[in-house]
Design a protein around this ligand. Sequence first.
Ligand code: PLP
Length: 403
Amino acid sequence: MQQPDDASRDESPSAVEARAAAYLLPTYAWTRFHPRDGRGARLVDAHGKAYWDLLAGIAVNALGYRHPALVRALRKEAGDLLHVSNLFYQPAQAELAERLVTLSGLSRAFFCNSGTEANEAALKFSRLLAPGKPGVVALENSFHGRTFGALSMTGNEPYRTPFEPLVPGVTFVPANDVAALRAAVTERTGAIFLEPIQGEGGIVPLSDAFLRAARERADAVGAALVFDEIQCGLGRTGFLFAFQRSGVVPDVVTLAKPLGGGLPLGAVLTGPRLEGLVRPGHHGTTLGGNPVACRLGLTVLDELVEGALVARVADVGPWFGRKLAALARRSPAIAEVRGCGLIWGIELDREAAPVQAKLLEKGFVVGTARKKVIRLLPPYVVPKAALAAFVLALEEALKEPVA
Ligand SMILES: Cc1ncc(COP(=O)(O)O)c(C=O)c1O
């Protein structure tokens, strides 16, 4: 017998849409897609149609759906304490901190519930490193979240304008413009916030020269160098941490998305320059670093590192990159392909949303970024055959008349 609280599980798509329209604040422009089941990189909708998922819940489901290790860990946690608060010691949280610190070479971890919260915390911790220096340098087309601090560092006018005035003191420079970065970072700068690969900004990898210049300027003026690896971190580049790709070590790394295996979990990792600065009372959260989320976090890291999923991304990435480059050569509709590992942006000569809709019809779930970019963030378990089939489907979609 179905339990009353389960009643909406099998509801028809139109009934769910009607209830959402009536009762949810319309903060999202929902796609009429109703995923109800899935396994690995496969999703099945309410009508029983199967799709290859090349978006992974926006870079969250690195292990794919129903990964046996995550299911096992969650079942075990269900019989344990679900929450005790950060007033008391939590074994899973301390263990996850140790794992992240050891793997990153940084010094300490703070846990929260989301990427936005991680960036808010990183902004506060940066202020402790550079007291009296309220300036922040961030990038045009960056995305760091939607709360006031994170939004203030987000270089996207439509997101910002309705909520101004925002937190003052943020200067935006174009990605990979070393001269502009050097000029923008002054003695008043307390933090430089960068995504090593811009996600929402259209999958724009920052050059090693740009990252090195950021490190040099942060050191010269005493500012914190913060890398937001919320979308590009935790294996997606083929390295566990995106900063390991360039070798430029930041003072702070923010993480979220795949870390909790599908449950809300964000993290801030701090390096040696922040040692001793963050003290009791400076920051906190009730649910952040919850035992269940941290156990799943440990499971995710086990699969990424011991389970060799990061190595798989490093192997599949260049192969897929070559396939995309070959497609770009034969398809005039593709202006540029950017990315590495399993984070790719395909810049089109046309709006991406109608192409995304066509791909959904053909059985591929993909994202978009800015107006003209198809964004791919597949689970790390995605079969090569699915990626090869996507390339053919995209080629076909780009040949069809523009609606
Ligand atoms: C680079 C980056 N930073 C921050 C965020 C915000 O994370 P969350 O949505 O978990 O708050 C995102 C989310 O897309 C992101 O891609």
